[in-house]
Design a binder for this molecule. Structure first.
Ligand SMILES: [Fe+2]
Ligand SMILES: [Fe+2]
Length: 242
């Protein structure tokens, strides 16, 4: 496995490891600031690769905060490995994530964020939005970095393969094709369509993100609101109520 590190917005670094066993990238994002923030820990078994990527940007012991969208191994499997190498770091989660998952799982107590709460980490500001079951998981939520207008998209805007770090090309045609292909495969139903799906996506679009930091695929720079509204339309068309 190889890991590459690219700055995709001001002091926001994409740490990308392509895993050929899955045929997809696992992308972590590091916000370099007074209290550095790591978005997703990566899988426990990929910890050495992710740690090496972070080390290219900062001393990992300086990490201040660790956030992720929902409780799954690629999002937070290596959380306790990070807490061990970064003595001041604290996990961040929503109220549900902390109550149901992190208060037990994390080796040190997490900090719970309310829906809409903003955390300043230096010059960057992270807003947390709770979005139960989007992309999946009761505890799901999103972080938005307000100064660079970067939305950490977790599993939304999924693209297979090993694409470039950052693109301005519209990702939606490829995303639609991969949703349709996925619905016919053994890993179908990764995103549930709930009464809240459309409204949650449109509330993310209302943030007017300029960079979409995508966990599996190329990050996107441009009209992020349009991409998210188009994604809402594609989800309604492909997996919405019949
Ligand atoms: Fe996931
Ligand atoms: Fe993921």
């Amino acid at each position: 496995m190889r890991t590459r590190v690219d700055e995709i917005a001001g002091d926001i670094f994409r740490i990308s490891t392509f895993n050929p066993d899955f045929g997809i990238q696992f992308n972590q994002f590091l916000v370099r600031d007074e209290q550095p923030f790591l978005m997703h820990t990566g899988m426990r078994r990929m910890f050495a690769a992710t740690l090496g990527g972070v080390r290219q940007v900062i001393d990992p012991a300086r990490l201040g905060w660790i956030g992720f969208s929902h409780f799954e191994p690629d999002e937070c499997g290596a959380l306790n490995d990070w807490l061990a190498v970064a003595p001041a770091a604290q996990a961040l989660g929503g109220v549900v994530g902390c109550a149901v998952m992190l208060n037990d799982f994390a080796d040190r107590p997490p900090r719970a964020l309310a829906h809409g709460e903003v955390l300043a980490i230096g010059t960057h500001r992270l807003r947390f939005l709770a979005t139960p079951h989007l992309p999946h998981g009761w505890d799901a939520g999103f972080f938005f970095e307000e100064t660079t207008r970067t939305l950490f998209c977790s599993d939304l805007v999924f693209q297979p393969g090993d694409p470039e770090p950052l693109t301005r090309a519209d990702p939606i045609p490829g995303v639609r094709a991969s949703i349709l292909a996925g619905q016919a495969g053994p890993l179908a139903h990764d995103i549930p369509y709930t009464p809240h799906t459309d409204a949650a996506l449109r509330s993310l679009a209302a943030l007017a993100p300029e960079t979409l930091a995508i966990m599996h695929g190329a990050s996107y720079q441009g009209n992020g609101a349009k991409v998210l509204r188009d994604l809402a339309d594609v989800l309604r068309e492909t997996i919405g109520p019949r």
